[in-house]
Design a binder for this molecule. Structure first.
Ligand code: TXA
Ligand code: MG
Length: 339
């Protein structure tokens, strides 16, 4: 069984040693847990793909602990990119920049660009400093599965496939970083996440987005845009445009539930009426607090898997702020989308 250890100085030193020796360490960031390896060691990078069961066509994010490490991975940083760095780093914004020549192909999937971020988590930063090298890290889950927001989630997916897990508690943001492609003009959001589109546009003006879902056979603007992703093992119904949840409630209310076990993932003010129907209910927090909701969704999805419910029901939220990222993840996690 893989050790899960608290982030003491000596445990972080051991973790850094594993990274330098070409091993894998799972560690917390402010978004989700990452599965880290030395970004300049191709055989260590290959272990990331093997551990996750991830196709090598899906490129990795490089994590750095100081802005000046940018020059290790990218050739040039535009003024526009630098203004975003100044505003949002450390933080949940990943920038896709022109690739530096020395970056291994396994990181970029052979693309001409490289994704970089400077995380806002003391444990991630301490590990990066001690390791002394940039760390490539995808989310520390099996490919396609729900991303991990606790060390227990990592262990459930990757026990025996990772050399060490550093337990820094539950992550704060709870959805992944925003991925912003600075190599297209205007810049384009490839994945909504912890930094909202509105906040980015306050700094660099209007950006493009990629809203539609891609099937595995289509050419993707970013390999991470697969329609099915972040998914629980349990079938999941997503009422996409039903932000007040009324349609979803009516549909469940009219059902003959028999002895089926249904789960509802809902705002606090909706919980009681689903409990009254005998559903398994996960309370996401206040409908007015998107940040809290975002921090709960992956834990909720894994909880429903553990409860062995027959189906999960959830509905969309307002798109303001991090709401776009929440809707995006629920859409990709869902097996059935109700328009
Ligand atoms: O919050 C996060 O970003 C977490 C933590 C651990 O930092 N990491 C994460 O990594 O979510 P991953 O591998 O699960 O997602 C990386 C995303 C994928 O959608 C990938 O396709 C995209 O970034 N990506 C990476 N490099 C890219 C590139 N050069 N061009 C376009 N997309 C890229
Ligand atoms: Mg991932």
């Amino acid at each position: 069984m893989t050790d899960t250890l608290p982030p003491t100085d000596s445990n972080l030193a051991r973790a850094a040693e594993i990274i330098r020796a070409g091993g894998l360490v799972a560690f917390p960031t402010e978004t989700v847990y990452g599965l880290g390896a030395d970004a300049f060691n191709p055989s260590a990078l290959a272990k990331i793909f093997a551990a996750k069961g991830r196709p090598t066509a899906d490129p990795l994010i490089v994590h750095i602990c100081e802005v000046n490490q940018l020059e290790l991975v990218t050739g040039s940083v535009s003024d526009e990119a630098m203004s975003l760095v100044e505003e949002f780093w450390p933080g949940p914004l990943t920038l896709v920049l022109p690739r530096g020549e020395q970056v291994p192909d396994l990181i970029t999937a052979g693309l001409g660009s490289v994704a970089v971020r400077l995380p806002d988590h003391p444990v991630a930063l301490a590990l990066l400093r001690k390791a002394g090298v940039p760390i490539a890290a995808p989310s520390a889950n099996l490919f396609g599965h729900t991303s991990p927001t606790t060390a227990a989630h990592v262990l459930a997916d990757l026990d025996g496939r990772v050399d060490l897990i550093i337990d820094g508690g539950a992550t704060r943001v709870g959805v992944e970083s925003t991925v912003l492609d600075m190599t297209s003009n205007p810049a384009r959001i490839l994945r909504h996440g912890g930094v909202s589109q509105e906040r980015i546009e306050q700094v660099i003006g209007t950006v493009d987005t990629v809203e539609r879902n891609y099937k595995p056979t289509e050419g993707l603007p970013s390999p991470g845009l697969l329609a099915k992703h972040y998914a629980p093992y349990t079938p999941m119904y997503f009422y996409k445009n039903d932000t007040d949840g009324q349609r979803m409630y009516n549909a469940i209310y009219l059902k003959d539930l028999g002895d089926s076990r249904l789960g509802a993932m809902v705002f606090d003010d909706e919980a009681e009426r689903y409990e009254a129907l005998g559903l398994w209910v996960y309370r996401l927090g206040s409908r007015f607090d998107h940040a809290a909701v975002a921090s709960h969704i992956y834990n909720a999805l894994r909880w429903f898997d553990d409860q062995k419910v027959d189906a999960i029901y959830c509905h969309g939220v307002d798109t303001a702020g991090i709401g776009r990222a929440i809707n995006d993840r629920l859409l990709r996690a869902a097996s059935q989308v109700v328009e």
